[in-house]
Design a protein around this ligand. Structure first.
Ligand SMILES: [Zn+2]
Length: 666
């Protein structure tokens, strides 16, 4: 149910501490000093899960999506609007947005792996965008071809996602310029943004985009060009949302029911809500507007403490593709759109850039490995739009992935999202270097103290041992901050929405150059400050037993139920591995559970196994890898019995993967 009931403000100590830190660092109206992220193209992923996912994106998702953009005539629409071709508009009125998103993703691919043929193809599509752009800067093929007299007449009523589509063009333009240095798409984006600014603004029309996206896009365009008018226009749209007296029908569906600075509860369409929060955080970064940040904190808490699935999925109800009430988290009817999990990552990462507390990356990681990653098949050419947490294996789009959708927001979002994932791994501010994601490879970081190369060796998320070799260009003193994930502690994620049945803090181990290191742990990081010399190593051990998770008692869908997690990965059982029956499985607390890495299964995953009463074998696979072997029953939250204490309490499993741990700490 969508509603706009006000809620009590619940500030965590994290939120308060964050505000104190940030407010001390900025003046209202001035940009905030945020953490600088190491861009994805400077983080080379050499093997493991993310290497495979990046390959699948490059070789599966993007080529398949470009082909669908062609065959569904999405690209033809631009040629027709640009009078390069005769014809009528084909498809849904917001189909332009999919092409922009796929081109954004393809441009990211170019940055990492130059490809003259792909570059030529992209330039050809951009030429069609430019042809379709009208002389005044307007660009929307549906209206240009089919409803030229109706431009901007459907913003408030019967929305056609005109400004949403434009937002994606602008974002693609800024992104394409950032990674290629070419201005062909940027020029189209600027001309379009200027046109929007000639129609909407303080002394002009006051509507807001029916689906948020334009706000963040305009701020990104400002960052790419330095042109303040784009920041001001983005700010105008954010300020205008929910403005009193503007709307006859307040609409919590699009977060337009009250000014964003007053909002405390996350409501309405989940993707819009997450993009809205991302835009607010972007604006805070540029202005230091304290009220905006306070609202972001309240909405963060509302989202992650009361309305988030264990998988990091958000948006509980199909009705309005929306957030439900607090603790309303049904499993079989979960909506949890793939785009909403991506939106939560965008929100989380911006909050982390503002205030680098590990809690934000804990949520980012949860959404990334579970809610988002399950949205795409292992090969990269099948997609879930909704991500249920229980399935009979029979009900259409909740049970099997599709190759594409009429409304293709999710596949096209996956196209542009996966390539930037390595960009979430590292960041730096002043003399602090943050390691957020554990993934094998090499990164170059340009710190104030000089360039540093980090070489990371790990089998994460299947093995919790991480070794990083530090290679500063010259000896330099700085603090290396290794993230200690919340899943190693008593709760899998901040707050009390979920807790471990074993109620144990697993503890972690850290060594520098092979010697035990006293750790300073705070804000979700273990900090080591020293003068680093080329060849120094830091090793972290994160214990990864299989752990049972319980939900807050108010989550009635999970009353008497238990879920399984190992490291950052949430598990599910599929009928395929469980005699065709996954829904009715009962897990007793006394049942021993073990994890074993299976190289040949599902691209290489750790499988959780045990013996059910009667001797039947139980097996669970990572939730993200579900439905890759055809449809079958699937379940995340199992019925629970408690005839004995969990046997995996503090137990470290022996799920060792052969590898290159020949150095210290392993
Ligand atoms: Zn979507």
């Amino acid at each position: 149910m969508i509603h706009n009931k006000p809620t009590r403000r619940r500030w965590s100590s994290l939120a308060v501490a964050t505000c104190i830190t940030v407010f001390a660092n900025c003046t209202q109206g001035q940009p905030v000093k945020t953490v600088t992220c190491v861009p994805f193209w400077k983080v080379q992923v050499t093997e493991g899960l993310w290497s495979a996912r990046l390959e699948a994106n490059r070789n599966g998702t993007i080529p398949a999506s470009l082909a669908f953009c062609e065959s569904s005539k999405r690209i033809d629409n631009f040629a027709i609007a640009g009078k390069l071709k005769e014809g009528k508009f084909t498809g849904l009125h917001f189909n332009d947005s999919d092409v922009y998103k796929v081109i954004e993703g393809a441009a990211y691919i170019l940055k990492v792996r130059p490809d003259a043929e792909l570059e030529k193809y992209i330039d050809g599509v951009i030429a069609k965008f430019a042809a379709a752009q009208q002389s005044d800067g307007y660009l929307d093929t549906y209206f240009t071809i089919a409803r030229a007299d109706q431009r901007f007449r459907h913003i408030q009523h019967s929305p056609r996602h005109e400004l949403y589509c434009m937002g994606h063009l602008i974002e693609a333009g800024a992104a394409h310029y950032e990674v290629t240095g070419k201005k062909n798409l940027l020029t189209v984006a600027m001309k379009l943004a200027d046109h929007i600014g000639s129609v909407f603004g303080p002394e002009k029309r006051h509507e807001v985009p029916e689906h948020q996206q334009l706000e963040s896009a305009l701020i990104r365009l400002y960052r790419a060009t330095g042109e303040k008018r784009y920041l001001k226009l983005g700010q105008f749209f954010i300020d205008q949302r929910g403005a009193p007296g503007r709307r006859k029908n307040p609409a919590s569906y699009s977060q337009d029911h009250m000014p964003v600075r007053k909002q405390s509860e996350i409501v309405g369409h989940a993707v819009r809500a997450m993009y809205n929060c991302a835009g607010m955080a972007d604006l805070y970064m540029e202005t230091g507007d304290a009220e905006l940040l306070a609202a972001c904190h309240r909405l963060w808490e509302s989202t992650t403490r009361r309305k988030m699935y264990l998988t990091g999925g958000v948006g509980a109800t199909a009705h309005g593709e929306a957030f439900g009430e607090d603790y309303q988290l049904p499993n079989a009817s979960a909506y949890a759109e793939t785009c909403a999990a991506i939106g939560l990552v965008f929100f989380a990462h911006r909050m982390w850039q503002i205030s680098p507390n590990g809690e934000y990356i804990d949520v980012l990681e949860r959404a990334l490995y579970n809610g988002m990653l399950g949205g795409v098949s292992l090969i990269g050419d099948g997609f879930f739009y909704v991500n249920r947490l229980a399935s009979s294996g029979k009900e259409g789009r909740g049970a099997t992935r599709r190759t594409w959708f009429g409304c293709a927001c999710c596949p096209s979002n996956v196209c542009r999202f996966i390539p930037i994932v390595p960009g979430y791994a590292y960041g730096h501010r002043d003399d602090k270097l943050y390691v957020n994601m554990y993934l094998p490879g090499r990164a170059k970081v340009k710190m104030d103290t000089g360039e540093v190369t980090l070489i990371q060796q790990t089998k994460y998320p299947w093995d919790g041992r991480i070794k990083i070799t530090v290679e500063p260009a010259r000896d330099a003193e700085f603090t290396l901050k290794m993230r200690i994930p919340s899943w190693t502690s008593v709760n899998p994620v901040g707050g009390n929405l979920y807790r471990y049945a074993d109620n144990a803090d697993m503890g972690v181990g850290l060594k520098v150059n092979g010697n035990d290191q006293e750790m300073k742990i705070g804000n979700g990081y273990a900090s080591v400050r020293r003068k680093w010399t080329s060849g120094d190593t830091i090793s972290l051990i994160l214990p990864m037993p299989v752990r049972r998770v319980l939900a807050h008692e108010k989550v009635t869908a999970n009353t008497g139920r238990v879920a399984l997690q190992r490291g950052p990965v949430v598990y599910c059982a599929e009928g395929k591995d469980n005699a065709d029956k996954a829904i009715e499985i009962v897990l007793d607390d006394g049942m021993a559970l073990e994890a074993e890495y299976c190289k040949e299964l599902l691209g290489g995953v750790s499988v959780v196994t045990g013996k059910l009463p009667g001797g039947r074998e139980f097996a669970a696979i990572p939730y993200f890898a579900r439905a890759n072997r055809g449809a079958s029953e699937m379940n995340v939250w199992f019925k629970r019995t408690q005839t004995g204490p969990p046997t995996n309490d503090k137990k470290e499993d022996t799920n060792e993967i052969e590898g290159h741990f020949d150095g210290d700490g392993h």
